[in-house]
Design a binder for this molecule. Sequence first.
Ligand code: NAP
Length: 332
Amino acid sequence: MRYTTLGKSGLRVSVVGLGFWQAGSRLWSSRNGGLRERVREALGIALSHGVNLLDTAEVYGGGLSEEVLGGAVRALGREGFVVASKVAGYRVTGGSIIKGVEGINRRLGFTVDLIQLHWPPPYPWPLCWSIRGLEEAVSRGLAGYYGLSNFPRGLLEEALQCSKRVEPVSNQVQYSLAFRAPEVDLVPFMRERGLTLIAWSPLAKGALAGLREASTTAQRGDRVFRVASGDEVLQKALEEVASRNRVSKAQVALAWLISRGAIPIPGFRNPARVEEYARAADVELSEDDMRVLDEASSKYLYLWGRGYGELRAMRFIPAVVQRLAIAVMGGI
Ligand SMILES: NC(=O)c1ccc[n+]([C@@H]2O[C@H](COP(=O)([O-])OP(=O)(O)OC[C@H]3O[C@@H](n4cnc5c(N)ncnc54)[C@H](OP(=O)(O)O)[C@@H]3O)[C@@H](O)[C@H]2O)c1
């Protein structure tokens, strides 16, 4: 495994991590029996391949993902992993963020290494309030470091201006061969400011691994999955590069992100995928491979908007409504 550091923190993380939304979310039909065993098996494989960065959130399965992940990490050895979680963007005051982080640590059974704000606060709440809360969580030792998620360029600049005591180390955004919007404005800025880009949906929910039919609510509701799974040009390019390198399409999609300095956090229900994901760190794409992939995916630079704006709509949904809706659904 190859490693890098998270922002300017010095925290050593693998160049490919793992996402745990699938561990307990109804949207992925993954609450059925055997969940704990599957997660434990997956972490055993991750450990043996040196994958140490694990990502979850308080809203995943209404806390179930954190509980299951925390149990597996404790069973296999806390020191082997860097655990990241997220407080929901409806936590708009410092006090609420601290409460959120305390709940996360209780469910995990240890102090989280990286706490991220899952999405920016809705209007009219001042962003600096959220940043104060995150800074305080770190200063009080409730989290090792803090990062952001789904922050577009303008808000990220604002967040950096708000931070007085502790700077964020990362921004977790949607980024893949089928969703290249971050490259337009976010990637250069983040590089300049020394922030790590953690890439969610690096496989476009399986579409970039070659999956053509959606089988879960999460995949059915995803426009990127829909477009990428039917994109013959992109699928052919993935296939060409994969067969040239004797690897899978998923590994090509992950290696492309790694070569661009992003840390992909692919999700899974099937633990066997973890070894495949880990080995993506060994794939060395040639200049010609990169050219083929860039050409086949260049339409995705602007297809989803001019610059990054995922979850933008959440800014217009009042915090209480967000909290209530997510609670009624039992998490996402
Ligand atoms: N910050 C945010 O707002 C945000 C949003 C979304 C996600 N995330 C994080 O990012 C992580 C990953 O993103 P994601 O959940 O959108 O999905 P993803 O990583 O793009 O795709 C993961 C899915 O691809 C499927 N897959 C992989 N190889 C396959 C193959 N050969 N054939 C068929 N299916 C295959 C897996 O299927 P199986 O399940 O069948 O193994 C898995 O569920 C999440 O777990 C979460 O931690 C963050």
